[in-house]
Ligand binder design. Sequence first.
Ligand code: HEC
Length: 118
Amino acid sequence: MSRFRTMFTAAAGTLALAAFLQPAAMAGVSKADAAKINSYVESNGLSCMGCHAIDHKVMGPAFDAVAKKYKGKAGATADVAKRIADGSSGVWGSVPMPSGQATPAQAKKLSEMILSLD
Ligand code: HEC
């Protein structure tokens, strides 16, 4: 058990380091759009960026990957907003996103901003 724990900790450390070493350049995403999301999250005291980043996967999907996935899909803004407010599982992998990360109104605003990333 403790051996497993050590291995797990090492793996998590490597993942965190890999995320940290990602190039800062955000291919395709405007810095202004990224800054808008970061400042909204921060000023509303939300913890999104503990699990997400704009341009690379952390625990949850990169926000630019979310924008890409739903590009041109009707109703996507409402669907994604619902998953931000109510939590999500099985869309991106086996790790679920817990509910209660944002109010429905905040989730709607965040969904609009995330889906408008290029
Ligand atoms: C505890 C970690 C965690 C936090 C905090 C968190 N998320 Fe997530 N998020 C995830 C995971 C994991 C997924 C993938 C869930 C899945 O596969 O369905 C996800 C999925 C998403 C998606 C994709 C949903 C879809 O419809 O495909 C969006 C958008 C998102 N999160 C936005 C946010 C925002 C905005 C916040 C802050 C209000 C937030 N997340 C907070 C972990 C988190």
